[in-house]
Design a protein around this ligand. Structure first.
Ligand SMILES: [Fe+2]
Ligand SMILES: [Fe+2]
Length: 167
């Protein structure tokens, strides 16, 4: 239940980043910036959900998986750093007066650089789904899981509504 719920959030986030990259690839910078901003807002809210609802519980339960909460926190910090970097790179690119060819090459360079963000994010999501969330599902009772899921669902619905409203 919890795994499926968080997995759906991970998919929603991937979709937003894909929209950003699609626009970037077309050289539609304003649109790329808009989708990146939605992605960052949602990724930050997602991180907040995990840190507020899941991490305190994960710290308390008996862990069967290898990693404790500090690794997940560190990865969140790295994600934040890479998101800010990509935002700054895009802002820089938008300010340049470039030939068509140079613009295309800079877009390629930015998409290449974003591989680090995507790779870290994919590993992180995978770790959450196969380790932390699996532990939580096994250790928490049915009632606690239900409460947790409904809180998380409600919060994410609000986050998504804000993006839909802004579009
Ligand atoms: Fe996370
Ligand atoms: Fe996550």
């Amino acid at each position: 239940m919890l795994i499926a719920l968080i997995h759906q959030q991970h998919l929603d986030l991937r979709e937003l980043f894909a929209r950003h990259q699609e626009a970037l690839l077309q050289g539609a910078f304003d649109e790329a910036q808009r989708w990146l901003s939605h992605y960052m807002d949602c990724q930050r809210s997602h991180i907040q959900i995990e840190e507020q609802y899941l991490f305190p519980l994960f710290e308390k339960i008996e862990r069967a998986s290898r990693w404790d909460v500090s690794l997940y926190k560190q990865e969140h910090e790295k994600l934040e750093k890479f998101m800010q970097e990509t935002k700054q790179d895009l802002e820089w690119l938008m300010q340049q007066d470039l030939s068509d060819s140079d613009r295309r090459r800079n877009i390629i360079a930015l998409i290449d650089k974003q591989k680090t963000l995507k790779g870290l994010n994919e590993h992180h999501e995978d770790r959450e789904e196969t380790a932390m969330l699996k532990d939580l599902e096994q250790q928490l009772d049915e009632k606690a899981l239900k409460f947790l899921a409904s809180d998380i669902k409600f919060t994410w619905a609000e986050v998504k509504a804000a993006v839909a409203h802004a579009e």
